[in-house]
Design a protein around this ligand. Structure first.
Ligand code: ZN
Length: 677
C-alpha cells in the first residue's frame, strides 16, 4: 500500500433546497467525520471540504413554488444546514457554497480549459420551449399525461404515480408549468462530454486498478461500463447557474452535475492558498464520501473530467453507502418523511453523540438499512448507558470514594491483569484496520469492546468486595480500570466527540493523539481526577412515543392527501359517450416486456379481431395467472407505440386510493366483443 503524505476528504455537497436529514448523515457525513477526526488524531495532514450545492432545477422549482428568487432559497438552506452540521460536530474545515465568486471562476475556467482543447462535442437537439415565458423548459417544468398509467400530472422526467422515467416528448398533452401553455419544440445547441472516449481508460482505472473499492461501488461502476458510456450534455438552457463561458452564448448555464464536483476544488481554494498540493500532488490521497445515488458522478463522470483536464489527481477511494430508510419507509423530503437534523438538535439537546452513535451502528454500508426510534432508544439505553456509561461511572465513582480522586499505584499484576492490558492495544489495532477499510460499523463495535472489556474486568475482579480484605489488590484493579477509561477517551473520540470531551474533563487529561492509544500508563499514580457527572442518560418511552407520534401524524397527512377521492369530471353528452367503443374481451397471451417493471404485452380476443395491447399492470398481475380472463377494453382508442410495440386499445382498470389496479370485468362470462353501454 502506498504511503500518502496528506489527505483530502470530500463529502457530497447537499442541495440547498431542503434541510439535512438522518439519511444524509448516516450515508455521508457521519462516516466522513469519523474518518477525518481519526486522521487528525494521527497527526495527518488532512482537510475535509464540503458546501452547499446551490444550482440545479430543484432549487428553481422550490423558488417558483414559494414565489421567491432562487437566491432566497439557497441562502435559507445554506444557513440552516451549515449551523446544523456545526452543532452536530461534523468538523468540516470549510463549508462553502457553489454560488461563491471563487466557484464561478473555478468552474468557468475548468469548462474553458476543456472547451479550448476541443474536449467537448457540440450538438443541436430539439427541446421544448415556452413561447409565452420566452425560455426553454427543463424536464421538470413540463407536465402532461403519463402514457403508461394515465396520470395527468406526470413530469417530463418521471411519472411519480407509476414511477416510470419519462422523457418530455413521451408526455401526452404536455404543458409548461411556468405559463400553462403548450410548449413547442425548438432547436438548441449544447456541449457534451464524450464519455465513450474515456471508456477504455475508465475500465482499466476502475475494473483493474481499483478492485479494492467497496463491492456496491465497484459493482455499480461495472454495470455502467458494461452498458457502454454515452456522451453527456454539460450545459443546460436555464437562467440559474454558472453561465457557459463561451463568447456570444446567452441563457445557457453549466449543467449542475458538471459544476457541483468542481465545488470541492473551489472550496479547497477558498480554504487555503496551498490548495494545489491537495489537488495536484500524487502524494495526496483523495477520498469522496457520498451516497449511492452519486456513484456515477464521482466514479465515472468527475474522474473523466479530471482526466480530460489533466493536472488533477483522481480519487483513491469512494466509500459510498447505500440508503437509510426510516421506520420501514423510504426517506422523502417531499413527503416530509424524515428526521431532520435541525429539529433533532432542538428536541434532543446535548445528545449529538447518541444520534452519531446509532447512525454509525446501523449505517447502510453494504445494503439499505432501517432507522427506527425504538432502535435508537435501545442503542442509547442498552449500549451507551448500560455498557459505556456504566463502566466509566463505576470506575470514576469508586476512585473518588476509595482514593479521593487520586489515581492509585498499580502493584503486582496477575495473568488476567496482563491479558486485559494487552487487549487494549489489540482493540486499537482492530479499530484502526476497520477505519482504514471504511468499515465504520465494525470500527465502532470494536471501540465499544473496550468498555465491554472494562465491565467484564470489574465484574470478575469485584473491587467492591475485595476492598474489605485486600485493599492493596484493589489499587491495582482500579489503576487498570482507569487506564482502560483513559484509552476509551482516545479510541472513542472519532465516534463520540462530545462525550469524550466531557470524559477527558473528568479524568483531567487533554491528550488525544491516536499514537497514545494502547498505552497502559496514560494516567500516572497520584494524578487527580474530578467528580464525574452522567456520561449518557436513559431515554424514556415517552420521548420515543412523541417522535413516533410525530411520524404517524405525517403518515396520516400523506395518506389523506393521496386518498381524497378524485373530483368528478365535467358532464359529457350522450353522443360523446357513445363514441367510445367499450367491449368485453379475453386475454389469450400475456408476457412481461423485458427491461420494464410495469408493462405487460397482452394478446386479446376482442370478438372483432385478435390484437395486442400494452398495459402497465405488471406490478399488479402475474402474466401466467391472467390468461383466459375476461376483461373490458376501450376498443377504438388510437393505436400508440409503447416501447416499440403497437398497442391497440386500453384495458379498463379500477384504481383505488393506494394505487392498486384491479381489472374491470363483466359479472358473468359473456361473448367476446359484447358492447358495454
Ligand atoms: Zn405513470
Amino acid at each position: 500500500m502506498k504511503n500518502f503524505k496528506r489527505y483530502l476528504v470530500t463529502s457530497a455537497l447537499p442541495y440547498a433546497n431542503g434541510p439535512i436529514h438522518i439519511g444524509h448523515l448516516a450515508g455521508v457525513y457521519v462516516p466522513s467525520d469519523i474518518y477525518t477526526r481519526y486522521l487528525r488524531m494521527r497527526g495527518a495532514d488532512v482537510i475535509s471540504v464540503c458546501g452547499s450545492d446551490e444550482h440545479g432545477v430543484p432549487i428553481t422549482l422550490r423558488a417558483r413554488i414559494e414565489g421567491v428568487s432562487p437566491q432566497v432559497i439557497v441562502d435559507r438552506y445554506h444557513k440552516i444546514n451549515e449551523k446544523a452540521f456545526r452543532e452536530f460536530g461534523i468538523s468540516f474545515d470549510i463549508y462553502s457554497r457553489t454560488s461563491n465568486k471563487v466557484h464561478y471562476e473555478t468552474a468557468s475556467e475548468f469548462f474553458r480549459t476543456l472547451y479550448d482543447r476541443g474536449e467537448f462535442t457540440e450538438k443541436t437537439t430539439e427541446q421544448y420551449y415556452d413561447e409565452e415565458a420566452g425560455c426553454f423548459l427543463a424536464d421538470r417544468y413540463i407536465m402532461g399525461t403519463c402514457p403508461y398509467c394515465g396520470n395527468e400530472n406526470a413530469y417530463g422526467d418521471q411519472c411519480e404515480k407509476c414511477g416510470t422515467s419519462l422523457s418530455p416528448n413521451e408526455l401526452i398533452n404536455p404543458h409548461s408549468t411556468i405559463s400553462g401553455c403548450k410548449p413547442v419544440l425548438r432547436e438548441t445547441l449544447h456541449w457534451y462530454l464524450p464519455l465513450d472516449k474515456y471508456e477504455p481508460w475508465l475500465k482499466k482505472w476502475i475494473l483493474e486498478d481499483h478492485t479494492d473499492w467497496k463491492v456496491n461501488v465497484y459493482g455499480q461502476c461495472k454495470s455502467w461500463l458494461d452498458q457502454g458510456l454515452q456522451p453527456r450534455a454539460v450545459s443546460r438552457d436555464l437562467d440559474w447557474g454558472i453561465p457557459v463561458p463561451v463568447e456570444g452564448v446567452k441563457g445557457k448555464v453549466l449543467y449542475v452535475w458538471f459544476d457541483a464536483p468542481i465545488g470541492y476544488i473551489s472550496a479547497t481554494k477558498e480554504l487555503t492558498p496551498e490548495w494545489e498540493k491537495y489537488w495536484k500532488d500524487s502524494d495526496t490521497k483523495m477520498v469522496h464520501f457520498i451516497g449511492k445515488d452519486n456513484i456515477v458522478f464521482h466514479c465515472i463522470i468527475f474522474p473523466a473530467m479530471l482526466n480530460a483536464e489533466g493536472s488533477f489527481i483522481l480519487p483513491e477511494s469512494v466509500p459510498a453507502n447505500e440508503f437509510l430508510n426510516l421506520e420501514n419507509d423510504k426517506i422523502s423530503t417531499s413527503r416530509n418523511w424524515a428526521v431532520w437534523l435541525h429539529e433533532y438538535l432542538e428536541e434532543f439537546p446535548g445528545k449529538q453523540d447518541v444520534l452519531r452513535y446509532s447512525l454509525c451502528a446501523s449505517a447502510p454500508e453494504t445494503k439499505d438499512n432501517d432507522f427506527t426510534w425504538k432502535d435508537f432508544q435501545a442503542r442509547n439505553n442498552n449500549e451507551l448507558v448500560a455498557i459505556l456509561g456504566n463502566f466509566v461511572n463505576r470506575t470514576l465513582v469508586l476512585t473518588n470514594n476509595y482514593y479521593e480522586g487520586k489515581v492509585p499505584e498499580r502493584g503486582k499484576t496477575d495473568q488476567n491483569d496482563a491479558a486485559v492490558l494487552n487487549e487494549i492495544g489489540k482493540i486499537r489495532e482492530n479499530v484502526e484496520n476497520s477505519l482504514e477499510a471504511f468499515r465504520f460499523r465494525e470500527a465502532l463495535r470494536e471501540a465499544m469492546n473496550l468498555a465491554r472489556l472494562g465491565n467484564k474486568y470489574l465484574a470478575d475482579a469485584e473491587p467492591w468486595k475485595v476492598i474489605k480484605n485486600d485493599p492493596e489488590r484493589v489499587k491495582t484493579i482500579m489503576n487498570i480500570a482507569l487506564q482502560i477509561t483513559a484509552n476509551i477517551t482516545i479510541i472513542c473520540e472519532p465516534f463520540l466527540p462530545f462525550s469524550m470531551e466531557k470524559l477527558r474533563g473528568w479524568i483531567n487529561i487533554s491528550e488525544k493523539s491516536w499514537s497514545k492509544a494502547g498505552n497502559t500508563d496514560l494516567l500516572t499514580a497520584g494524578h487527580l481526577i474530578r467528580k464525574p457527572g452522567l456520561l449518557f442518560e436513559k431515554i424514556e418511552d415517552e420521548e420515543i412515543s412523541r417522535q413516533v407520534d410525530k411520524l404517524l401524524a405525517t403518515k396520516k397527512a400523506n395518506e389523506e392527501a393521496i386518498s381524497k377521492t378524485l373530483p368528478g369530471k365535467e358532464p359529457v353528452t350522450f353522443d360523446d359517450f357513445s363514441k367510445i367503443d367499450i367491449r368485453t374481451a379475453t386475454i389469450l397471451e400475456a408476457e412481461k416486456i423485458p427491461k420494464t417493471t410495469k408493462l405487460l404485452k397482452l394478446k386479446i380476443d376482442t370478438g372483432l379481431d385478435i390484437r395486442t395491447i400494452v398495459s402497465g399492470i405488471a406490478e399488479h398481475y402475474d402474466p401466467e395467472k391472467i390468461i383466459g380472463k375476461q376483461i373490458s377494453i376501450v376498443a377504438n382508442l388510437e393505436p400508440r407505440k409503447i416501447k416499440g410495440i403497437e398497442s391497440k386499445g386500453m384495458i379498463l382498470m379500477a384504481e383505488d386510493k393506494d394505487g392498486k389496479l384491479v381489472m374491470v370485468a363483466p359479472a358473468e362470462t359473456v361473448t367476446n366483443g359484447s358492447m358495454i353501454k
